[in-house]
Design a protein around this ligand. Structure first.
Ligand SMILES: [Mg+2]
Length: 367
């Protein structure tokens, strides 16, 4: 048995919980601060009722509702809340999976009363964070996730042998994971309109993939403490552009290794060695972990800029990423999703054609 927890309109609900003036109002969270020139990354239920949904340009949302409330996304707030909820769920000592920032799964094999556990989890989340979650319970993660979507918000749905057919008949196909986009549309065009239609056509689909449950948190002892790379330059360098290029290159190497291990890092440490400065090291921990080479480089440069070093001569450089966690943070905002797509494409090219086949232009200064 899997218990799937899906937070209701997560980002919007968090903002409403923090600011009661926004409660029950149509509200959108924008991925950028400019409210007329961004994309909706979350909508409250009152906004959803007006046909406003995530991915919609904010201008269109305001056209649908003149007194729409607007808050610019604050990722650290959402990540913090998500981690707190995860921590609360860990207290049950059941196998637990962090499916996404607003979805969690528990494995309940042999658990005596899943429904009362589902109720308790919902109540605890509400009592602690003043936001609601919808819970789905079923024999595998696919069905449990579907169940969580069927009675939103604040729902609790179980799919078992006795109601299987009735629930699937009433569930539109696009509620099923993976069926919201093209796959679903092409099946719908063939007349497969509900989950039950799909079951009649392909019953195995609903039995497969129970193994997708992947308990990341149980592997924490295999996790390295840090990932780092350093390099001694052919000769001491004073040109800030060339030094920046080396920091970027080292950041890219480290980030590539983090991504390979499915890790993200919150702490960046930069180490420099030079004839005048000797050994210099400084670090900072950020609220939002990353495995993006560009972001790691930006952080390293900021840490360096805050130090008293004034364009020193540099002989060796090291970049270390610490405070590692499993790569559980999916990109939250549209702009980040684009960047994530770019990084994945670069990784694919380098995996196929060999390390360093494609690299940021600035690192050419190191060659
Ligand atoms: Mg959700």
């Amino acid at each position: 048995m899997i218990l799937h927890i899906d937070m209701d309109a997560f980002f919007a609900s968090i903002e409403q919980a923090i600011n009661p003036r926004l409660k029950d109002k149509p509200l959108i969270i924008g991925s950028r601060a400019n409210k007329m020139c961004t994309v909706v990354c979350a909508a409250s239920y009152a906004a959803k009722a007006l046909g406003i949904h995530s991915g919609m340009p904010s201008r269109e949302a305001f056209a649908r509702c003149l007194d729409l409330e607007f808050v610019a996304a604050d990722q650290s707030k959402y990540i913090w809340t998500s981690e707190q909820i995860f921590g609360l769920l860990k207290g049950y000592n059941l196998p637990l999976n962090y499916a996404s920032i607003d979805e969690f799964q528990m494995e309940l094999s042999g658990y005596p009363n899943p429904v009362s556990l589902g109720k308790e989890v919902k109540e605890k989340i509400y009592a602690n964070f003043n936001i609601t979650a919808s819970v789905g319970i079923a024999k595998n993660w696919l069905l449990a996730k579907l169940a969580s979507k069927l009675n939103k918000p604040d729902g609790l749905t179980i799919i078992n042998d006795s109601n299987f057919e009735a629930v699937l008949r009433a569930a539109p196909l696009d509620k099923l994971c993976g069926m919201a986009g093209k796959n679903g549309a092409s099946l719908m065009a063939k007349g497969i309109k509900t989950c039950w239609d799909l079951y009649l056509d392909l019953p195995a689909f609903f039995d497969e993939n129970p193994g997708k449950f992947d308990e990341n948190c149980g592997k924490s002892n295999e996790k390295p403490k840090s990932v780092s790379h350093s390099y001694t330059l052919p000769k001491a360098q004073i040109n800030p552009q060339v030094i920046l290029a080396w920091i970027r290159l080292l950041s890219e190497i480290v980030s590539e290794r983090l991504r390979h291990k499915n890790l993200v890092s919150a702490t960046v440490h930069i180490w420099l060695n030079g004839p005048e400065i000797g050994n210099f090291g400084a670090q900072k921990t950020y609220q939002t972990p990353t495995n993006d080479g560009y972001e790691i480089c930006q952080r390293a440069v900021k840490i360096m800029a805050r130090s008293a070093l004034k364009s020193p001569k540099i002989r060796a450089i090291g970049v270390t990423c610490g405070s590692l966690s499993w790569g559980i943070y999916q990109p939250l905002l549209k702009e980040e999703t684009r960047r994530e797509g770019l990084i994945q494409a670069l990784d694919r090219i380098n995996n196929r054609f060999g390390e360093g086949s494609i690299y940021p232009a600035i690192t050419a200064l190191t060659r």
